[in-house]
Design a protein around this ligand. Structure first.
Ligand SMILES: Cc1cc2nc3c(=O)[nH]c(=O)nc-3n(C[C@H](O)[C@H](O)[C@H](O)COP(=O)(O)OP(=O)(O)OC[C@H]3O[C@@H](n4cnc5c(N)ncnc54)[C@H](O)[C@@H]3O)c2cc1C
Length: 493
């Protein structure tokens, strides 16, 4: 292990300031992306690795814990630490190295997907795995091991990471790859910020020959057809995703619109130099050429209730299954990948209570019955997801993996003052369905799991190995979040 001893340095550099209480001017309100919870934390935004070390030392001296935070795009409490230190990495967002010949890039942890694609696309490269928003940081992408609409083919983000440097609270700066410190490599990716702070990340990107994708959109009338279409297409499609109308009932339960997207082979795009420009990728400033997208959420807020969302879902399906059905068109990578970024602040339609996203991952054999039961359970409870997104996945070898050889279903559930308790007990019912189906959950989206459920799907063997890594990297249990305390307590045994 490339261990860098910090002990002496620590004594010298921080003895005086640490005797003071934590400065109140660092105190800020920090919110979950889903706006369903927020905390007060002492926020530090270092710009160097030394700055991170210093924050760890400040925390130790003040007997506080540290919650690592990237862009704060996790829907729940995964990067929150109430009354403790929030170590915000957003200012460490530099590109450290880039080779347009090999597509290998090294970046700081606060660099976002947006920073990276905008930097590399004109050289003909794209990130092999991206989330539905481009604002996610590299620290967060590794911390949760994010997946894209191509998980069944490309695996999670971690599969494209060549190496990273991890600064542990124990003071070691460790280079990790599949060859070096490999157990930590597979544990820290997806390790929800519990083992150390990624301070640099080296990735291999994907070669592209056009700034456009060929997209095919079509409707499916029910859940069974949705599954059949995915099974038939996943062998050849580069990306597959479905939007599901969660309000539809009876024979139409699970009706959906599928989008399949494929890369253009070399030579197909007659003007690649133009389509690979950042400007070509950018999403238009107005919707239908008229409404500035920045005010769109205010208009959408009028529909932010059961009746409005039922209408929007129905209209979208009817439009997609008539005029928009079986259409092939070209779309820029950014427009296809980051549709959710198209309307800035769209989440404000869920104000003031916010939303939770409930995403479960269920093996192929049991997924259809499980997702059917989930939809029926939500409808019976009168808390119908405003948005449902369906994807195909494959297993991976990361220690705390959320993936299965099967499917995921992500449900956006509105939270209000009146339904909050009912939403949490609905999630409990859904958990039971997922556990019975042999499924898994995803910390990036979670707000409602309990410790027993988490232990039960992760299994004792994985937990045992993860706890051993935790004790060795973070012996004083400095790295904690609201999520880690909720699911694993504080003793890691
Ligand atoms: C609109 C939207 C769409 C999304 N779509 C997808 C999707 O398609 N697929 C998907 O997988 N996810 C998706 N997500 C979830 C998102 O990708 C994850 O929550 C991601 O982890 C957020 O990254 P972040 O930079 O915001 O990190 P944060 O949310 O701030 O933190 C995430 C985790 O990483 C840890 N962490 C942060 N920085 C570091 C670091 N430097 N070192 C170690 N640990 C660190 C934190 O402690 C925390 O546990 C979506 C989220 C939103 C809001």
């Amino acid at each position: 292990m490339a261990v860098q001893s910090l002990e002496n340095q620590k004594e010298e550099s921080v003895s005086t300031p640490l005797e003071k209480p934590l400065p109140l001017d660092h105190l800020e309100r920090v919110e979950a992306w889903g706006m369903n919870t927020s905390v007060c934390s002492y926020v530090y935004r270092p710009t160097t690795v030394e700055g991170i070390r210093e924050v760890f030392q400040i925390a130790k001296a003040h007997d506080r814990t540290v919650a690592l935070r990237g862009s704060g795009c996790s829907y729940g409490d995964a990067s929150l630490g109430a009354e403790n230190i929030s170590l915000d990495l957003t200012r460490m967002n530099r590109i450290l190295d880039w080779s347009p010949e090999t597509g290998v890039i090294r970046v700081e942890p606060g660099a976002t997907i947006r920073n990276i694609w905008q930097y590399v696309i004109e050289d003909g490269w794209w990130l092999p795995v991206v989330s539905g928003t481009m604002f996610v940081s590299m620290g967060g992408a590794l911390g949760m091991n994010i997946h894209g609409k191509n998980n069944y083919g490309m695996g999670p983000f971690g599969e494209h990471v060549l190496a990273f440097d991890l600064l542990t609270p124990a003071g070691e700066l460790l280079r990790c790859s599949r060859e070096e410190n490999s157990e930590l490599f597979f544990g820290a990716i997806g390790g929800f910020g519990m083992l150390g702070c990624f301070v640099s990340v080296t990735l291999r990107l994907k070669r592209i020959y056009s700034g456009q994708l060929s997209v095919y959109a079509f409707a499916t009338p029910d859940l069974s057809t949705l599954f059949r279409e995915f099974e038939a297409r996943m062998g050849s499609a580069d990306y597959l995703v479905a939007w599901v109308d969660c309000f539809a009932t009876g024979k139409a339960l699970g009706r959906s619109l599928i989008h399949q997207a494929d890369y253009l082979a070399k030579g197909v795009d007659p003007t690649p130099t133009q389509t690979l420009r950042v400007k070509h990728q950018e999403l238009p400033e107005t919707i239908l050429g008229l409404i500035p997208k920045s005010i769109m959420w205010r208009f959408m807020k009028l529909f932010g209730n059961n009746w409005g969302m039922r209408l929007i879902n129905r209209t979208k399906y009817v439009q997609g299954s008539t005029l928009g059905n079986k259409k092939t068109f070209r779309q820029s990578h950014a427009a296809f990948a980051f549709l959710l970024d198209y309307v800035p602040n769209w989440k404000f339609i869920y104000k003031p209570g916010g939303l939770i996203q409930y995403q479960s991952f269920v093996p192929e054999a049991t997924a259809e019955a499980c997702f059917r039961a989930q939809l029926e359970t939500c409808q019976r409870a009168g808390i119908v997801p405003f948005l449902g997104v369906f994807k195909r996945h494959r297993k991976d070898s990361f220690l705390m993996s959320h993936a299965v050889e099967g499917y995921s279903f992500a449900l956006d559930l509105p939270v209000t003052k009146h339904n909050r308790e009912r939403v949490w007990s609905l999630a409990k019912e859904l958990n039971q369905l997922v556990l019975e189906a042999g499924g898994r959950f995803y910390f990036a989206k979670d707000s409602t799991l309990d410790s027993e459920t988490a232990r039960s799907y992760l299994g004792e063997e994985a937990l045992h190995r993860f706890y051993a890594l935790k004790r060795s990297c973070d012996p004083h249990n400095l790295l904690q979040t609201e999520l880690s305390r909720r699911l694993f307590g504080t003793d890691w045994k």
